[in-house]
Design a protein around this ligand. Structure first.
Ligand code: AMP
Length: 476
């Protein structure tokens, strides 16, 4: 399919042809028409899939006939977690906009802000920014977001891992509600979904790679086993297969400590890695693991978030996570950059529901292997694809006006301790705890955290006709 059939005009197609792009990538084919229609989009796509062009090209197209921006105003803001990514995004925009009459600039910290302020004076079509510097310059009134037409949050999972949630909310507070919002993320853990839920309107969901992530390079298999023989099975697998290294995921801190002890007794060196351990001891364990001195690290999913270990040969799910995104995130720790990897899951009867959710998400049944001597007493059935957790299956469309109350109810249950200075419930996402303790941004049903204050009623009617459309059920 040529780029022209996606609705892109000649100057843009010419720039693509200069770059040697002959046809759109899969994310481009799926996202470009949707973005062109002005819809909000939430996309699971990693760097390397062509995701930058998937949002830049249609926005360039949509902005073609528009008047130049007023001074200090921005048409499209692209938020990036890191300076390097911001620079890379900016470079891509320049390439794609080569024959278009639209300007772009990058705004990152660590450099003199003077030239950035100057460049803002004439108004900007595409601004690529890291949150910190952007907030600095917003405070200095070097720019305003009141005429923003599109907001892109790139690498949203990384943004949240890096603790940018409050900054993102502050930025969104200053943008008009009728903007178009696009969110891209390599993984879709609950805090990212929550961010989308609180900041987007009826987003279309596009998923590239996540479902098949690792499929080419990660060999996935599982063993059904009784819960009380899991540690014996793991020791057996390690010894029989002569595994030299592995990252073991487990649900609880207590479980991690116990397993480390059990493996130790069988002569297998392993260390627990969770948020209950001191920072110093975690750092040391991680260093040793990375250097290959420590063969096995037993991590709770939360503590292991963002762990980037080069050439990790395998991950072992001692327990299956409740969240299928978390599973995908875990297996993505191995088989990086085309290297071969292995993802093994130990499956007891208790894990069955989680297995159904995971295999439905993957779209296929994971290969099962039988290990002699470990046949389970409690059989684990083959899972049902297209399994839907009860609460999702029941979701029904609701009118948009219900969104505030529904959303506030959700938020009440998940995130407490709202910053009182915030303007509206829309501006709120999970709290900044995301990165501070390596704990999740929120825990469902966590009753210990302080309550959200009552959300304000809907803001005055937005000029965006989208606001009259019914609410999207997928958000629930
Ligand atoms: P991204 O995922 O946006 O970081 O893009 C990854 C790489 O793919 C970049 O080097 C792009 O220049 C390149 N790329 C993006 N779209 C296409 C395409 N349709 N055909 C060939 N290369 C592309």
């Amino acid at each position: 399919m040529p780029f022209t059939s996606l609705g892109l005009s000649e100057p843009i197609c010419r720039a693509l042809s200069d770059l040697g792009y002959s046809k759109p990538t899969s994310i481009q084919t799926r996202a470009i028409p949707v973005v062109l229609q002005g819809e909000d989009v939430i996309a699971t796509a990693q760097t390397g899939t062509g995701k930058t062009a998937s949002f830049v090209l249609p926005l360039l197209e949509a902005f073609q006939a528009k008047e130049p921006m007023r001074g200090k105003r921005v048409r499209c803001l692209i938020l990036s977690p890191t300076r390097e990514l911001a620079e890379q995004l900016h470079k891509s925009i320049q390439q794609y906009a080569r024959y278009c009459d639209q300007n772009s600039m990058v705004m990152v910290g660590g450099v003199d802000s003077g030239p950035q302020k100057e460049a803002l004076i004439k108004g900007v079509d595409f601004l690529v920014a890291t949150p910190g510097r952007l907030i600095d310059l917003l405070h200095q009134r070097a720019l305003y977001l009141d005429e923003l037409e599109a907001l892109v949050i790139d690498e949203a999972d990384k943004m949240l891992d890096m603790g940018f949630i409050d900054d993102i909310n502050r930025i969104i507070d200053r943008a008009p509600e009728d903007r178009q919002s696009l969110l891209f993320s390599a993984t879709m853990p609950p805090p990212v979904r929550q961010l989308a839920k609180s900041t987007m309107y009826r987003p279309k969901e596009i998923s590239i790679d996540a479902q098949h992530r690792g499929a080419d390079t990660v060999e996935q298999w599982l063993v059904a086993v009784d819960k009380d023989t899991k540690s014996a099975l793991l020791s057996h697998l390690i010894k029989e297969n002569d595994w030299q290294q592995g990252l073991i995921f487990i649900e609880t801190k207590h479980g991690a400590a116990k397993l480390a002890e059990q493996l130790g007794k069988r002569g297998i060196e392993a260390e627990a890695f969770h948020s209950g351990k001191s920072q110093a001891s975690r750092e040391r364990a991680l260093e040793e693991f990375k250097a290959g001195k420590l063969p096995f690290l037993i991590a709770t999913g939360i503590a292991a978030r963002g762990l980037d270990i080069e050439a990790l040969p395998r991950v072992i799910n001692y327990d299956l996570p409740y969240d299928s995104d978390e599973f995908i995130h875990r297996i993505g720790r191995t088989g990086r950059a085309g290297a071969k990897g292995e993802a093994i899951s130990l499956l007891s009867r208790d894990d069955f529901k989680n297995l159904c959710a995971i295999e439905s998400r993957l779209g296929h049944i994971i290969e099962r292997r039988e290990i002699e001597g470990f046949t389970p007493r409690k059989e684990v059935p083959i899972s049902i694809l297209n399994y839907q957790p009860k609460n999702k299956a029941k979701a029904k469309p609701k009118p948009r006006k219900d969104r505030t109350s529904k959303q506030s109810a959700d938020l009440k249950s998940v995130s407490k301790g709202r910053d009182k200075s915030r303007k509206s419930v829309w501006s709120k996402g999970p709290s900044a705890e995301v990165s501070s303790q390596n704990e999740p941004a929120y825990k469902k049903h966590d009753s210990k955290k302080p309550g959200l204050e009552k959300p304000e009623p809907d803001k005055p009617k937005s000029k965006n006709p989208k606001s009259k459309k019914p609410f999207n059920p997928w958000l629930k």
